[in-house]
Design a protein around this ligand. Structure first.
Ligand SMILES: NC(=O)c1ccc[n+]([C@@H]2O[C@H](COP(=O)([O-])OP(=O)(O)OC[C@H]3O[C@@H](n4cnc5c(N)ncnc54)[C@H](O)[C@@H]3O)[C@@H](O)[C@H]2O)c1
Length: 381
């Protein structure tokens, strides 16, 4: 297949590009280094070095023989994106190109505006470029489980059947996001649904939970091919922050009561899920929504898991609770359904002690670069 990956320099984009090129697909990646630039501005640089996209594509080609075409361009610029679609004619576009940090989106008017403009414009441009240049192209879009929030009822897979005054209909499951970033994902889904039902596009919206892990078959071949690993309060996910705190010998900082429950998945499983979505086509006029995670944990359970992995490698890990910088429920009901991807063939890689120990060992190699102050929350809402 001809696969266009938007956001190909990112944590998910780069491993996806290598994995799909290794399967023989014709892969084209676009990125404008938005994340690298925000990381520089906010002192949130990744722990491990990541060569730029052209360099990584060259390293990968030298190692594997597979080519990945690279373009450094802004997908929120319609003329640029439109030209890429017109010339490359993708069978599938995988849209990762968004500003993905909730705290960054909550710093100020400017960062909120930047997040809103960037994320909505890229999605809108993708929709129009597909409509204009390749209406058969399957749009695979990364959404987030955060779109649903933490409702006091089971979370269904995208849709909810409602009976009202003895009549029934099916609607998008109600969404109530906890940050402006997550709200842009809700708006993305609405845009997709409007254009799918009006013009018959084909789209899969993957409601993904937080991803962890650094290891994939391709990334393991050369340290320079590792995806980005952020551990600060802006880009670092809770798993990364805890692992780095464990390695740095400072207490793991649980926000508030630690009962915040979310669905997590291994990076290897993101790659599987995206490939499964790609290889199981849908009809024109269908918006397929799949909840993309494999197991759910509270923040306190995650802290315990990291503590146990740390003890395994001789660290003495302590856990602290700090004031929650976010407005979110700290103890709540959470039961999210996620059978769609399993039915398509997903074989989960769970968060075992071995996986966490492997990540800790990788972090430990760069221990000298850790600035544990960067992990403490700088943004509150
Ligand atoms: N990583 C996770 O845990 C997670 C969980 C749920 C959803 N997601 C979603 O998955 C997608 C990828 O996330 P990620 O963790 O790889 O983030 P990332 O920031 O590492 O990757 C996103 C990439 O998109 C690029 N980008 C952003 N705007 C762009 C634009 N206008 N033009 C060109 N490139 C642009 C960035 O420079 C970056 O390299 C995002 O949409 C994110 O919201 C990620």
């Amino acid at each position: 297949m001809r696969v266009l990956i938007l956001g190909g320099d990112g944590y998910l984009g780069w491993p996806t590009a290598m994995a799909l090129s290794a399967k023989g697909h014709d892969v084209f990646v676009v990125d404008n280094y938005l994340r690298r630039n925000i990381a520089l501005k906010t002192r949130s640089e990744a722990l491990m070095p990541n060569p730029n996209l052209h360099e990584r594509a060259e390293i990968w080609k030298a190692l594997s023989g597979y080519s990945i075409s690279v373009e450094i361009a802004d997908c929120s610029d319609y003329r640029v994106l439109s030209q890429v679609f017109r010339e490359f004619q993708p069978d599938t576009v995988i849209h990762y190109a968004e500003q993905p940090s909730a705290p960054y989106s909550m710093i100020s008017f400017d960062t909120a505006r930047e997040t809103l403009n960037n994320n909505l414009n890229v999605t809108f441009n993708v929709i129009w470029a597909v409509l204009k240049h390749c209406p058969d192209c399957h749009i695979i879009k990364l959404g987030t489980m955060g779109e649903y929030g933490t409702p006091n009822i089971d979370i269904e897979e995208g849709w909810l059947e409602i009976e009202h005054k003895s009549r029934r209909d099916t609607f998008l499951y109600p969404r109530q996001a906890g940050s402006l970033y997550h709200t842009t994902k809700v708006l993305d889904t609405d845009l997709l649904w409007f254009y799918v039902r009006t013009y018959g596009l084909k789209a899969t919206d993957l409601m993904q939970g937080p991803v962890y892990g650094l290891s994939t078959d391709e990334c393991e071949q050369d340290e320079r091919l590792l995806p980005n690993f952020h551990y600060d309060d802006i880009f670092g996910t809770v798993v990364n922050r805890f692992l780095v705190q464990a390695a740095a010998n400072v207490p793991l900082t649980v926000y508030g009561k630690g009962g915040q429950t979310r669905g997590y998945l291994n990076l290897k499983d993101t790659l599987q899920c995206v490939e499964l979505a790609m290889n199981n086509p849908i009809e024109h006029g269908e918006l397929r929504i799949l909840n993309q995670f494999t197991e759910q944990f509270t923040v306190s359970e995650l802290a315990e898991k990291v503590k146990q992995a740390g003890n395994q490698v001789g660290l003495n890990v302590q856990i602290d609770s700090i004031k929650n910088p976010r407005k979110e429920a700290e103890a709540h009901y959470y039961n999210a359904h996620h059978s769609g991807l399993i039915e398509l063939g997903l074989k989960p890689h769970y968060m075992s002690e071995e996986v966490l120990v492997q990540m800790l060992e990788q972090v430990n190699k760069y221990k000298y670069k850790i600035d544990s102050q960067k992990i403490m929350p700088r943004v509150r809402w």
